[in-house]
Design a protein around this ligand. Structure first.
Ligand code: PGA
Length: 251
């Protein structure tokens, strides 16, 4: 069985003071949770604060992005070694907001995944279609391209270390969750593609999160689906009680 993984993507939210309050409140609510991998991805400026607060706990630290070089003249960028140094275990790669606003492509996603794996950082790799693409019945074609290009050149062993996140863009921050069936259909499709590109063992081992307006009210049904192994949560992760309820889903 795949171990569930629930991650908070704080995006560009929370000063260190706000992070402190949110994490302290959240941590106290989830101390008993042992069956779920819990991940927090604060902005870079709060990584050190959050890292200290969750040190030794059942919560792991993630960054929201990284660059694929080790060091050097890349103003404004952060390297995987720096993320490891500050205690990160995970890094989100290829979020749709980075693709839409910051020029992220499947090629840059691919470079970042390979570099993250070299450093033993677990990539959480995001894929997903826009509303126009869904309405044009292009969901599968879009997602398969993102997977083929983004995961190009990886071995099965490397692939099994990656977490995928299916995030339909039309469901992100809009309050429109994909129905559990809609989401599971795409998850199932992705898993079949992974079996073709890699092998059955890899396809059944890889954890696929759903993301897009996951809320306490929708998480249980989503997590009850056969191919949904977790959630990547934005807005609802900015409140301790709501994210704690999501982490304590009942499937
Ligand atoms: P949302 O964001 O939960 O606010 O829709 C999810 C995400 O973008 O990862």
């Amino acid at each position: 069985m795949r171990r569930p993984i629930i991650a908070a993507n704080w995006k560009m939210n929370c000063t260190t003071g706000q992070a402190n309050e949110l994490v302290n409140n959240f941590k106290a609510l989830v101390t008993q949770v042992t069956e779920v991998d819990i991940v927090l991805a604060p902005p870079f400026t709060a990584l050190a604060t959050v890292g200290q607060l969750i040190s030794g706990s059942n919560i792991a630290l993630a960054a929201q992005n990284m660059y694929w070089e080790e060091s050097g003249a890349y103003t404004g960028e952060v390297s995987p070694g720096m993320l490891i140094d500050i205690g990160c275990k995970y890094v989100i790669i290829g979020h749709s907001e980075r693709r839409a606003y910051f020029g992220e492509t499947d090629e840059t996603v691919n470079k970042k995944i390979k570099k993250a794996l070299e450093h033993n950082l677990t990539p959480i790799v995001c894929v997903g279609e826009s509303l126009a693409q869904r309405e044009n019945n292009e969901t599968q074609a879009v997602v398969v391209l993102q997977i083929r290009r983004g995961l190009q050149g990886l071995t099965s062993e490397q692939m099994q270390k990656i977490v995928l996140a299916y995030e339909p863009i039309w469901a992100i921050g809009t309050g429109k969750t994909a129905t559990p069936e809609q989401a599971n259909d795409v998850h199932h499709f992705i898993r079949r593609k992974l079996a073709g590109i890699f092998d059955e063992a890899t396809a059944s081992a890889v954890r696929i999160q759903y993301g897009g307006s996951v809320k306490p009210a929708s998480v249980d049904e989503l997590m009850a689906q056969s191919d949904i192994d977790g959630a990547l949560v934005g807005g609802a992760a900015l409140k301790a009680d709501s994210f704690a309820r999501i982490v304590k889903f009942e499937a």
